[in-house]
Design a protein around this ligand. Structure first.
Ligand code: HAM
Length: 424
């Protein structure tokens, strides 16, 4: 026998018994996005490498260390998308969705992303996000709408123990001012920083603030908060977001150490953590990115959105003991007793499917016992049994697999009876 090939590390297979959970959270995501009037967008899972360098940022950890980049057969450098925002912005510009002054668009997506990160619980090389992006709406109410949508999604999935942290980096000038302020504060402390953060001091000093390294955290303890460098406009934008969240009854904390891993963020940033996840507890995060569309060659257009990790959501639900509502169709199993019944059951199979039932039967000629065993294994809700007598009398035996009760009914009544039984 040849050696077995295993899945690449940091990837997860979703097996048939578990896939309904994915279908359920994706269905809830679509429903909630639709309620807030966001429409779906699908973009490729790979893009030109340059998009992420220009979009996500040269100095970000993601671009420096975590991308899956390859040269294709035509010698082009391509990268598997590490996140959704840059590709969505590229697609919106390229397809002339943001061309006119005052263009406005609200989109959502569900799909895989790829990051070369050390795998652990809740952190994978391939993960999936439900994300939304709203373009053309600079008002703080749009930041609030995205946050409300995100929290609504979690509420509908039943996830508990959530905490929302928000911060503001301000507009581009405020952010630059803050960066300078932080460098001035940290430079005399450089030797006490981790090696990584010493490097970041020149490449991406803001990221030092959310370093997990104790040395860095100690050095940052007295750092000035971003709020000190906010322009008046940015301050009032951030205050309005907070006011709207408070009015909507959403609890949050302002966390001045919250910075997020992408260079594109301006103004409001947020992150939501959930209990039951361990150290990788960020279940979703987002923010405003008012300069990104222009930076990627579009007309200046504000943007705001979030991405929410679906693996982490499912882990949180599982460890919190929350049962997702299953919408899988109950299975009707058809059992054939003897050769005379074969054409009848084959026909019944089509009839049930045409009437919208999930139906299945054994096609390999198992005996009665084997067929019932299969029906149990497949968790059938009802069994429709046809033998010689039933063929003769144009009847079927309908067996409820939960109660094991069975009754003989006219074949012509089967569909109506099943509808009735499943409604009860
Ligand atoms: P992000 O915070 O990097 O933001 O990712 C969003 C969420 O994806 C995280 O909070 C986490 O739940 C999940 N996630 C990220 N990396 C992994 C991983 N390696 N394994 C499992 N789950 C992971 C973004 O990606 C931004 N594009 C969000 C955004 C949209 N901002 C504005 N618009």
């Amino acid at each position: 026998m040849s050696t077995k090939i295993q899945a690449p590390k940091g990837t997860v297979d979703t097996l048939p018994a578990e896939s309904w959970k994915w279908q359920t959270v994706e269905r809830i995501a679509r429903e909630v996005a639709e309620l807030y009037a966001f429409r779906e967008i699908r973009t490729p899972i790979f893009e030109h490498t340059e998009l992420f360098h220009r979009g996500v940022g040269e100095g970000s950890d993601i671009v420096q260390k975590e991308t899956f980049t390859f040269t294709d057969r035509g010698d082009r450098s391509l990268t598997l998308r590490p996140e959704g925002t840059a590709g969505v912005v590229r697609a919106m510009i390229e397809n002339a969705q943001l061309n006119d002054q005052g263009s406005r668009a609200k989109v959502f997506y569900i799909g895989p992303n790829f990051r070369y990160e050390r795998p652990q619980k809740g952190r994978y090389m391939q993960h999936h996000q439900f994300g939304v992006e709203a373009f053309g709406i600079a008002e703080p109410a749009e930041d609030a709408e995205c946050i409300l949508l995100q929290m609504d999604f979690y509420r509908r999935c039943g996830v508990k123990d959530l905490s929302l942290r928000i911060n503001s980096m301000g507009d581009r000038d405020s952010k630059m001012r803050y960066r300078d302020m932080l460098v001035k504060y940290l430079t005399p402390l450089a030797s006490s920083l981790s090696e990584e953060s010493q490097r970041r001091l020149s490449t991406n000093p803001l990221r030092i603030l959310d370093s997990k390294d104790e040395k860095d955290q100690k050095a940052c303890a007295g750092a000035p908060p971003a709020s000190e460098s906010l322009s008046d406009k940015s301050r009032s934008h951030f205050e309005k977001v907070q006011q709207l969240l408070t009015e909507a009854g959403v609890s949050f904390v302002v966390d001045s150490t919250l910075v997020r891993g992408f260079d594109y963020y301006t103004e409001t940033l947020w992150e939501v953590t959930a209990g039951g996840l361990g150290s990788q507890n960020a279940i979703g995060g987002g923010g405003r990115y008012d300069g990104l569309v222009e930076q990627l060659g579009g007309r200046p257009t504000p943007g705001v959105g979030f991405g929410s990790g679906l693996e982490r959501l499912l882990i949180a639900l599982e460890s919190q003991g929350v049962e997702l509502p299953s919408q899988t169709k109950p299975l009707i199993w058809i059992a054939t007793m003897g050769d005379a019944a074969k054409p009848v059951t084959w026909q019944l199979l089509s009839e049930l499917r045409a009437a919208g039932f999930s139906a299945d039967m054994d096609l390999t000629g198992r005996g009665a016992k084997g067929q019932f065993k299969l029906a149990d294994r497949e968790k059938a809700k009802f069994c429709v049994i046809v033998g010689d007598d039933e063929v003769k009398n144009s009847t079927v035996v309908l067996k409820d697999m939960t109660t094991t009760q069975q009754q003989s009914i006219a074949r012509s009544e089967l569909i109506a009876k099943l509808h009735e039984a499943l409604k009860a």
